[in-house]
Design a protein around this ligand. Structure first.
Ligand code: ASP
Ligand code: MG
Length: 414
């Protein structure tokens, strides 16, 4: 069994959907499970829609909703021509539901995260209808499965934690009997055991694909992107960036952790545990080699440059000028649990952590620590990581630097 994931850029218009149809046809013999994201930037558009509704902007929210509706309906008209009615009526049911939720928000004037997730889920609900109906026209035996029935999470909205054993069980029970068929399902969206809609966090569709592959013991996951695979750096910033034909799981985890956005950081672990290879390929050029992530590392890896922006540094010093001992470290780390820590530097009298800049959470987390520590927070920073560097010169202006034999990490003004 094969799992394939198509991101929003691959289904951004009718031609995109047709192209995905061609790619899936080429793999039809493997009866792939096809995971699809929201079309183009629909998830962002839905986020704006929710914000307008919460702000009580009736008119703007109505216009935003119409834009999302028009975009999907236009694509359907172009794709299905005079066979469009069935698909349009399926979309219409979804839009009616979305409209009701938005109306509720406008009345409420508040955006409980659980409603936010319900709104965000419509991107994938819509795209999966379009892709499913298109595949049905060109291929025999295609089925659609609702991801909310197979990806089971806790109720942490906007980035839920997957309940692995329930998810595995649900995936196997639902998908194994369909293994001769091509299955279309949604990335990113999930539900709690009692059926409330959740999401896996932005760009979470890759993670869905990897959970499916793990549960189904798939022979491979293929993630289709608009880039030729994983590159050693962002080619828009670094013209010397080169394509990486192979990466080990650990190299891929390290790259995504330190800012490579090509795949979602949570994607690798589930498939690594079972040795399932992951291929990143270009939907623009499906024959091209792509990047194969597996046990075998890149040989003589070239220098890689990674950036993680929106970083903050938090420095803590004991208020009584004593040492930063283990008891204090323990209290600090248990308080910092809610933050994403990317780098840690400890000295005799201080601890500095580089974290994803989430201003509000940082304030909440740091304020109880001010009883015991002098604290200082600097935001507007970025973390630059050089893996396999050729020279160990450190970037000028870095606030903190960490070096080891394979990497240089430096926190710099953004
Ligand atoms: N559609 C969602 C997003 O844009 C999930 C994904 O694309 O992976 O974040
Ligand atoms: Mg996307």
């Amino acid at each position: 069994m094969l799992v394939m994931k198509f991101g929003g850029a691959s289904v951004k218009n009718a031609d995109g959907v047709r192209n995905v149809g061609r790619i899936v046809s080429q793999y039809a013999e493997d009866a792939p499970v096809v995971v699809v994201s929201a079309m183009d930037k629909t998830t962002n558009a839905l986020e704006e829609l929710a914000a307008l509704a919460v702000a009580g902007k009736h008119q703007d929210a109505a216009e935003q909703l119409n834009r999302i509706r028009d975009f999907h309906c236009r694509t359907v008209e172009e794709l299905f021509g005079d066979r469009k009615l069935l698909v349009l009526s399926e979309l219409d049911d979804l839009f009616t539901e979305l409209e009701q939720i938005v109306r509720g928000l406008l009345l409420l004037g508040d955006s409980p995260p659980r409603i936010f997730d319900r709104i965000m889920a419509f991107g994938e609900l819509l795209s999966s209808v379009v892709l499913y109906r298109h595949l049905r026209e060109i291929l025999p035996s295609v089925t659609k499965v609702d991801a909310r029935k197979i990806i089971v999470t806790d109720a942490t909205y906007k980035g839920a934690e997957v309940i692995r054993h329930l998810t595995e069980e649900a995936i196997r029970k639902t998908l194994l009997p369909l293994k001769e068929q091509i299955v279309v399902t949604q990335g990113y969206i999930a539900a709690t055991p009692d059926g409330r809609v959740t999401t896996l966090g932005r760009e979470g569709s890759d993670y869905t694909a990897s959970l499916l592959a793990h549960a189904l013991n798939a022979k491979k996951v293929v993630v289709w992107k608009d880039v030729p695979g994983v590159m050693s750096a962002d080619p828009r910033k670094y013209p010397d960036a080169v394509h990486l034909p192979r990466l080990s799981y650990d190299q891929a985890v390290e790259m995504t952790f330190y800012g490579a956005t090509v795949i979602h950081p949570k994607t690798i672990k589930p498939i690594q545990n079972k040795g399932i290879p992951l291929e990143v390929r270009s939907f623009v050029n499906p024959e091209a080699e792509g990047t194969l992530i597996g046990y075998t590392p890149a040989e003589n890896p070239p220098p890689m440059i990674l950036h993680k922006s929106k970083q903050a540094l938090i420095t803590l010093r004991p208020g009584d000028f004593s040492f930063m001992d283990e008891g204090r470290l323990q209290r600090i780390f248990s308080a910092l649990r809610k933050l994403n820590i990317n780098l840690v530097q400890r000295s005799a009298v201080s601890l500095t952590v580089c974290v994803d800049d989430a201003a509000e959470t940082i304030r909440d987390v740091v304020s109880p620590l001010t009883d015991e520590f002098l604290t200082e927070t600097t935001s507007g920073l970025s973390l630059q990581t050089r893996l396999y560097p050729r020279d160990f010169s450190v970037p000028a202006g870095a606030l903190i630097i960490q070096l080891n034999e394979r990497a240089i990490h430096a926190v710099l003004p953004d």
